[in-house]
Design a protein around this ligand. Structure first.
Ligand code: ASP
Length: 326
């Protein structure tokens, strides 16, 4: 129950600082950039999240936005912006990704991550890695160094080692029990997964997700986060999506792809498509939310939990950070 509290209070503050000096072009013109992040859906409430914990969550989201947005502002690619933002969140122990990842029923850490390029539809993912400091980098390398989409388990750890990624001892991912004590639903679900979707000046979308999975999961369990179409999807024709919540429900409905498909085949806006997919999740009894960004920079962040830590920089360069619905 600790983590819910923890994330819940974080929504109180809404930042309106701007990282951009100049107004971006309107949403239907080329050259616009935008970035949206999440730090996990959960059961936090304003009443239960301590102010200091809220500040940590908000601070982490803000640092990640800055890292990703700097890439986009400099004319960099959306794939690099997504990787940069997620790396910051993986290194932050306040999120369930990289350092701070939850444990399996065996008391170990098994991390999942994926990234997808909306321009090429190339995607990379790793499942169940145990010694890779930044799983998002390993997911990216799967695209750059192999013809595969997903590597899992010991093979994925070896792949990271061979390709020179930074490795850590498994206990690197541990965080203090005190942090876990803040979440009221930690026994059942653990939220705090991270994700990012970016639109670069070339009009290319990318999306990525990284997680330690659900607390107490069976060892060997792979969630939605590294599964392309379930927890992550990006297609320049439609949108980029990263999900967070009960992964099994996201996998069954291919939620990330479902949002893209609704836009492609029904001409739905990104907001309508994302809301419809989350409504389906709700009907199924699943908990969670998504961040979605279309090729014109329109942002949608629907969720059916009491909290979803999230932040975005819109096409006007305006920064918003929230945890709760309002
Ligand atoms: N979706 C993740 C999983 O099921 C967990 C989360 O988003 O918190 O592994």
């Amino acid at each position: 129950m600790k983590w819910s509290l923890f994330l819940a209070c974080a929504a109180l503050f809404s930042s309106s600082a701007s990282f951009a000096q100049d107004k971006q072009e309107s949403a239907d013109e080329p050259g616009k950039i935008a970035l949206v992040l999440h730090g996990g859906a959960g059961g936090l409430t304003k009443e239960t999240l301590p102010a200091d914990q809220e500040a940590k969550i908000r601070g982490g989201i803000e640092r990640a936005l800055k890292a990703g947005y700097a890439v986009l502002e400099a004319g960099g690619e959306s794939m690099d912006a997504v990787q940069a933002a997620i790396t910051v969140l993986e290194d932050d122990p306040n999120f369930n990704a990289g350092k701070g990842a939850v444990k399996t029923s065996e008391g170990k850490h098994e991390l999942d991550s994926s990234i997808m390029n909306g321009a090429t539809l190339k995607a990379g993912a790793v499942g169940g890695v145990t010694i890779v400091k930044n799983p998002i980098k390993a997911a990216r390398l799967v695209i750059d160094k192999t013809w595969h989409v997903m590597l899992a388990g010991p093979g994925a750890d070896s792949f990271a080692r061979v390709n020179g990624l930074e490795l850590v001892e498994p206990d690197y991912f541990d965080v203090s029990v005190a942090m876990r004590d803040l979440d009221p639903v930690v026994e059942e679900y653990h939220f705090g997964t991270v994700g990012a979707v970016a639109l670069d000046r070339q009009g290319n979308l990318a999306a990525g997700t990284s997680t330690g999975g659900l607390a107490g999961k069976e060892f060997g369990r792979i969630g939605d986060s590294p599964i392309i179409g379930a927890g992550t999807y990006a297609d320049n024709e439609t949108c980029g999506v990263s999900g967070t919540g009960q992964g099994e429900y996201f996998i069954r409905r291919a939620i990330a792809y479902d949002i893209s498909a609704r836009m492609k085949y029904s001409d739905d806006s990104v907001a309508k498509a994302a809301e419809s997919s989350i409504a389906t999740l709700t009907k199924d009894g699943g908990l969670g939310g998504v961040i979605a960004l279309d090729r014109n920079g329109h942002i949608a962040t629907p969720f059916n939990t009491s909290s979803m830590a999230r932040g975005f920089v819109d096409t006007d360069g305006k920064v918003t950070i929230k945890i709760f619905a309002d």
